[in-house]
Write a protein that binds this ligand. Structure first.
Ligand SMILES: *[C@@H]1O[C@H](CO)[C@@H](O)[C@H](O)[C@H]1NC(C)=O
Length: 262
């Protein structure tokens, strides 16, 4: 019985006092040319910190050791530029994000003697390139000539990953007839979506028809919502009568609105 109690106390102390890695915080996506803040939160309890190390795809790019001089060090890894002035034992700032910055980020926290406990957590970061301009609708110049058929194209700005384009007529989503993905330099894409529409009286029930093209970016790796929603609208005014089924369409405004939703 004599030795059971001290042993139990030692075990309890290890349980209570041990290092815990609480959370890794990595943005699910970073915007190209911007910055990214990576954070690792841990509770040392009664342990002392030996080191915090960060890895991208298992390659170390940053370590912090409180007993070293200097305390922090960064290693050359493609696409990773550490801002040492804004990094420490809890966070790492990355500067000038590029497409190569995307990857799996791991934070590893190690406790000093006597336990030398080492814990790690990881998270994925994607890099997106947002289009510089909103989607463009073309083809409305031909509406007169083509009578009651609209043939429109919507073209996205250059982005990575490719933009998702969606058409809406009077607020109701309609399927495009075809879509083209056009690769550009630097790994970017332009998307072109074509819509052919036979205009019927129901489209012009209120005297005008609103045709909207929406573009959005969806980072692919995670279930994050669409970002960088942008819309371009054209407004078509016309008149439909049961006695004169051929519609005369008149564009009253091109490119009514273009707005950004964050
Ligand atoms: C739409 O795009 C297609 C494919 O590039 C092209 O053939 C067509 O002429 C374009 N139409 C309009 C109305 O811009």
């Amino acid at each position: 019985m004599d030795f059971v109690l001290p042993l139990l106390i030692v075990l309890l102390q290890q349980e209570v006092g041990a290092l815990k890695l609480l959370q890794i915080s990595v943005p699910p996506y970073a915007v190209k040319s911007g910055n990214a803040l990576l954070q690792c939160s841990y509770d040392l309890e009664s342990d002392t910190l030996y080191s915090v190390s960060w890895y991208k795809d298992n390659e170390a790019f940053y370590t912090y050791k409180p007993k070293s001089d200097p305390k922090q060090h960064s290693y050359v890894v493609e696409g990773v530029r550490v801002d040492l002035a804004h990094s420490n034992h809890q966070k790492v700032h990355l500067r000038h994000v590029e497409l190569h910055t995307a990857g799996r980020y791991k934070c590893e926290v190690s406790a000093d003697a006597p336990k030398f406990l080492s814990l790690e957590k990881e998270a994925f970061m994607e890099v997106v390139v947002l289009p510089q301009e909103g989607p463009m609708i073309t083809g409305q110049e031909n509406i007169y000539a083509s009578g009651d058929t609209l043939a429109l194209n919507c073209t996205s700005g250059r982005s990575y990953p490719q933009s998702l384009l969606r058409w809406f007529i009077n607020g109701i989503q309609v399927k495009p007839d075809s879509e083209m993905i056009i690769p550009q330099q630097h790994g970017l894409y332009i998307v072109k979506s074509s819509l052919r529409l036979e205009v019927g009286p129901h489209h012009l029930a209120s005297g005008q028809m609103k045709i909207r093209c929406e573009s959005a970016i969806q980072a692919t790796q995670m279930k994050v919502p669409l970002i960088n929603l942008q819309n371009t609208e054209i407004l078509v005014q016309g008149h439909a009568s049961i006695y004169s089924p051929s519609l005369s369409l008149l564009i009253i405004m091109l490119l009514v609105r273009q707005h950004l939703v964050h």
